[in-house]
Design a protein around this ligand. Structure first.
Ligand code: NAD
Length: 509
């Protein structure tokens, strides 16, 4: 483990958590311990930023912005390309750190870094494709077009469960778009934040642009609340719980800033009677147990057609019996720990509520003891069979707790699926094209992501990622999500010596 930390530049017992166009040697905030959720061991300490450190970060981002926004976009993309290459070189170590600090299994830790590399590649291409539209003017001798300009320094707030990828979805697009930024990572995964900064900072510094990517580790106070209220940041991109998003939306909205919110999900898979059940089983297993149920897109509910419910449930319970729970660094582990003791308590409380509301626990439902890892926050992946949709299913429990509900037909399933406050990801398993199209229609899934014969989790970066309703409405990553990081300008040029008014208005002589 020390080797991994060493190669990521995390040698010192106490690391700085503030980078403002250069590392701040002694930030004024509190030391934050990083704990391995699988063992309880302290991995290292990072000193958070205080109000003065935050201010330095903003000033660094503003100073860099003055030059970055006039740097040609393809030249900005070239630096993002180099960051992507540096991530390729550090993929193994950074992926291991994600596993050590957040607890997702090794394959998923590596997958998270691959996602960073993928979005870097995307942003490089994007840097030559920040296209605007041209329109035909209604006035003779006039030309109209739209162009996109950088917005300014922006704020990025990220959650613990994707401690490195979420930064890159925002940071690489924003950098290609000409913005500079300040990142506030989750206080639960501080080392990942420092490691990412260590990887990209030398590239940006060598080009004279150290102030493009800044880092200010800190809790809600003093850093988080100061950042969201800061009028100098025209955009706050925040990933995390619905509770956090409502607060960010309120504060940023009150100053008429722009917020990009990526919040909690409550994702369902519908399994129809005509589904390929082998496929559905694998989709449900990965969606519900992968990342120990700690993805925003994790499968929380499975809506099973009555005709296949019995057989499918039997196979699912059997598959759960083969899930190896344990050290996420071990190759054969499928389910690592939850992030902390509070998350374990939260899951056990949800299991108790589900029981009291009429659900039957088919498997799991308790803490898991892993030999040799007494300090780990392990739980048993749990299946709760419910006779119908229960009140507890309105909530996102960030743990491997899966509810099964029987349904009679697709319309009933869609109504249950949509009948929750969140609207992130959704899926149907069916081999019937009519069912698939009905699910994808305007009266089908109300989520930002709707899949057919694929589970709810594991999105590709090429599509726009995000969800509706309480999930916040934001879109990150692919497609035209880049537009959130730029300001749009409509330009009209008159190349005549007349001054005709729009709508044919005559004004004076
Ligand atoms: P969280 O809301 O507790 O914290 C997320 C981040 O917000 C942290 O950096 C935290 O310090 C910060 N924060 C909290 N209150 C703040 C405030 N008032 N001002 C400024 N910053 C504030 O979430 P978490 O427990 O770290 O992550 C899990 C949640 O994130 C789940 O709900 C999950 O679904 C969601 N999530 C959503 C997506 C998505 O893309 N939709 C992706 C990952 C995680």
């Amino acid at each position: 483990m020390q080797d991994i930390l060493h190669r990521l530049g995390l040698d010192s017992a106490t690391n700085s958590g503030v980078y403002a166009d250069g590392w701040v040697a002694h930030p004024s905030g509190d030391p934050t311990s990083s704990t391995n959720p699988a063992t309880g061991a302290v991995l290292g300490t990072v000193v958070a930023g205080g109000a003065d450190d935050y201010e330095h970060c903003v000033q660094a981002a503003q100073a860099a912005y003055a030059r970055w926004r006039t740097t040609p976009a393809p030249a900005r993309g070239e630096l993002v390309r180099q960051c992507g290459d540096a991530l390729r070189a550090h993929k193994d170590d950074l992926g291991a750190l994600v596993t050590l600090e957040m607890g997702k299994i090794r394959a998923e830790g590596l997958g998270e870094v691959q996602e960073m590399i993928d979005i870097a590649d995307f942003a490089v291409g994007l840097s030559r494709q920040l296209y605007g539209l041209t329109m035909h003017s209604e006035r003779p001798g006039h030309r109209m077009y739209e162009q996109w300009h950088p917005m300014g320094p922006i704020g990025i707030i990220s959650a613990f469960n994707f401690p490195v990828a979420v930064w890159s979805w925002n940071a690489f697009l924003a950098a290609a778009c000409g913005d500079t930024m300040i990142w506030k990572p989750s206080p639960m995964t501080p080392l990942c934040g420092v490691a990412v900064q260590n990887i990209v900072a030398p590239i940006m510094e060598a080009a004279g642009f150290g102030g493009v990517f800044n880092l200010c580790l800190g809790d809600v106070e003093p850093v988080g609340e100061t950042m969201i209220a800061d009028k100098r940041l025209p955009l706050i991109s925040a990933t995390g719980s619905v509770r956090m998003g409502k607060r960010v939306g309120e504060v940023v909205g009150a100053r008429l800033g722009r917020s990009l919110l990526e919040l909690g999900g409550n994702n369902a898979i519908i399994v129809m009677d005509d589904a390929d059940l082998d496929l559905a089983l694998r989709g449900v297993l990965f969606g519900a147990v992968g990342t120990a149920g700690q993805r925003c897109t994790s499968t929380r509910r499975v809506l099973l057609h009555r005709d296949i419910a019995g057989a499918f449930t039997e196979r699912l319970v059997e598959a759960y019996g083969h899930v190896s729970i344990g050290d996420p660094m071990a190759d054969d582990t499928l389910c690592g720990p939850l992030i902390n003791a509070g998350a374990v308590d939260g899951m056990l409380a949800a299991v108790a509520s589900a029981r009291s509301q009429g659900a039957e626990i088919l498997c799991g439902g308790q803490r898991a003891e892993v030999p040799g890892l007494p300090g780990g926050h392990f739980v048993q992946p749990t299946i709760a069979q419910a006779p119908k949709a229960l009140p507890i299913m309105q909530d996102e429990t960030f743990a491997p707790l899966l509810y099964l509900v029987p349904i009679d037909d697709l319309d009933e399933a869609i109504a249950i699926q949509n009948g929750v406050p969140q609207g992130l990801s959704s899926a149907v398993f069916t081999r019937n094209v009519l069912n698939a199209e009905r699910f994808l229609s305007a009266t089908g899934s109300d989520c930002g992501i709707a899949n057919v014969n694929i589970g709810t989790s594991g999105a590709e970066i090429g599509g726009a990622f995000g969800g509706e309703k309480d999930t916040g409405g934001g879109r990150e990553a692919g497609s035209d999500s880049w537009k959130a990081y730029m300001r749009r300008q409509t330009c009209t040029i008159n190349y005549t010596s007349e001054l005709p008014l729009a709508q044919g208005i005559e004004f004076g002589g």
